[in-house]
Design a protein around this ligand. Sequence first.
Ligand SMILES: NC(=O)c1ccc[n+]([C@@H]2O[C@H](COP(=O)([O-])OP(=O)(O)OC[C@H]3O[C@@H](n4cnc5c(N)ncnc54)[C@H](O)[C@@H]3O)[C@@H](O)[C@H]2O)c1
Length: 310
Amino acid sequence: DGDLTLLWAEWQGRRPEWELTDMVVWVTGASGGIGEELAYQLSKLGVSLVLSARRVHELERVKRRCLENGNLKEKDILVLPLDLTDRSSHEMATKAVLQEFGKIDILVNNGGRSQRSLVVDASLDVYKELIELNYLGTVSLTKCVLPHMIERKQGKIVTVNSVLGIIAAPLSSGYCASKHALRGFFNGLRTELATYPGIIISNICPGPVQSNIVHNALTEEVTKAVGSGGDQSYKMATSRCVRLMLVSMANDLKEVWIADQPFLSMTYLWQYMPTWAWWITNKVGKKRIENFKSGVDADAYFKTWKAKHD
Ligand SMILES: NC(=O)c1ccc[n+]([C@@H]2O[C@H](COP(=O)([O-])OP(=O)(O)OC[C@H]3O[C@@H](n4cnc5c(N)ncnc54)[C@H](O)[C@@H]3O)[C@@H](O)[C@H]2O)c1
């Protein structure tokens, strides 16, 4: 369920419990899904946590659970409301973190939204929103934190990308574009930081993971979200995805792929045999569009596949 370097690191590499203690970690999109689970697992490691998203009451709920289940005290967790699309607020937010904890060791760019609509139906505003949020929001926050890391000559910028930042799928063209753009940006940034080996740029590419991502996905209109989560049973458990993310952070891996089969094999196929990968993608993609058009969960066919192979 991880690329070979990641699985090697999990087996033989440094453990998150040794490497990530005493760090200041800022997680965006911490009010749900992967970001929320990340907060819980990090809170057990004894880090100082900054929890950001738009909804304060949800962040307070996550903070309370971190305090109940983790090793942290009230003073170790800062709830910092943040809208990634409100770029003018990012500098102030960064200052607030530095004022509270004096440093930022790890920025986890996790907040984002997906898409469920065909190119022919989706308004241009949907594409604009996905670029504003997933791409420019992430770039903006990174640019605020980067000078601090350069000054200290250390830090990790971890971005929750997606396998859809490498491959593509129907109904998600704007999402794929935003994630491809992010991968290009961070690969470019990494090349510029070659003289700062202490600053790690890490690109995390999960496949389907249990979360609210489908529920919150944009449709053909920017004002309308999907509003139902669909079937989650075929997706990777959030806790497993986050554990592998922590392994990646502890071992300074530059890009990792985290996905159950057949998604992981598909990513390898795209890497090594793009022509074959296109053949399969078009076959599966057709089914995905048919399901979507008939009002069924677009990925319902994976239930049958999983049932056969489990
Ligand atoms: N779940 C998956 O299958 C999957 C797969 C690959 C990549 N990802 C990526 O993982 C990340 C987390 O997604 P998730 O699956 O946990 O989904 P989710 O919908 O459960 O969580 C998304 C988080 O982002 C926050 N967010 C949304 N808009 C925001 C804004 N304008 N400003 C600040 N925060 C905002 C939400 O409040 C929430 O906390 C996303 O970047 C997503 O693209 C998810």
